[in-house]
Design a protein around this ligand. Structure first.
Ligand SMILES: [Zn+2]
Length: 264
């Protein structure tokens, strides 16, 4: 089984080959994939999503997302992305940011936001995944997983291969997915504050849709598990977020109010 010491050792050894520092959190991450290839895949996938769910016709919704997206993108300082923001027509309760800054918010999630800052909270979380290149990091670990599995299969021991497979999935991949969610929450919190949105809106949003209410946001929650720990983590970083918010020259507070997904 892969234990945390082995993971730490492997990470350290591989950092010589490919390592990157995550913006805003300073975490060191394994990175064996190139941002160019990730961004190109992101752009292709985004076109496919737009074909499947075309941009929504409500101009006020689109303008709102442009404003929020531009503010979050500027706060991220990521200038190599070709940012794009679209509200897409679909009942699916979800939002995402693909590598390269391709952001989509489905009309299905819009009614869940009571104000602009809550929309900013979700957009900033998704942008957090993209600027931290979580997809590339998971891809890097799966290269290793495949290489390790191939090595063991050449060695010719089926049991060892099974144990390796289970160990690498549960020892590396799953904890990484949880780590990525917490990191996207933290980056998202700082980004929304830097963009001038009241960071407390993040706590009120996740409190409302977390835990017992998670069925309300089924699609989003299936990839973004929400629980009391998440709210507690956000609250524990609120002092830092408030500091960032206080330095913002053009504060937007909670922004405009939304009723049934439509900005008022
Ligand atoms: Zn997430």
């Amino acid at each position: 089984m892969l234990d945390s010491r082995l993971i730490a050792f492997v990470s350290l050894a591989l950092c010589a080959a490919g390592c990157r520092t995550v913006p805003m959190t300073g975490r060191s991450q394994l990175m064996l994939s190139s941002s160019d290839s990730e961004n190109s895949l992101g752009a292709t996938a985004y076109s496919e999503y737009k074909q499947k769910s075309p941009p929504a016709k409500n101009a006020a919704q689109q303008q709102l997302l442009q404003r929020v997206g531009k503010a979050i993108a500027e706060a991220s300082g990521e200038t190599s992305f070709e940012w794009e923001f679209n509200v897409l027509q679909s009942d699916v309760v979800n939002a995402f940011c693909l590598p390269g800054g391709k952001v989509a918010v489905y009309t299905g999630i819009m009614p869940k936001f009571s104000n602009e800052a809550e929309l900013a909270c979700v957009v900033a979380h998704e942008v957090g995944h993209a600027i931290a290149r979580h997809g590339g990091e998971r891809q890097s670990w799966s290269y290793l997983q495949a290489a390790g599995s191939l090595g063991i299969s050449l060695w010719g021991n089926d049991t060892a291969q099974t144990i390796y497979g289970i160990g690498s999935e549960y020892g590396v991949m799953l904890p990484y997915s949880r780590k990525h969610e917490s990191e996207a929450d933290l980056i998202g919190l700082y980004l929304m504050a830097k963009a001038g949105y009241d960071p407390h809106a993040a706590v009120s949003f996740w409190k409302r849709f977390g835990g017992g209410n998670s069925s309300v946001l089924d699609e989003l929650m299936s990839t973004h598990p929400c629980d009391e720990t998440r709210v507690a983590d956000l609250s524990s970083h609120m002092a830092e977020a408030e500091k960032i918010y206080s330095k913002c020259a053009s504060k937007r507070g909670l922004g405009v109010t939304l009723v049934n997904g439509i900005p008022q």
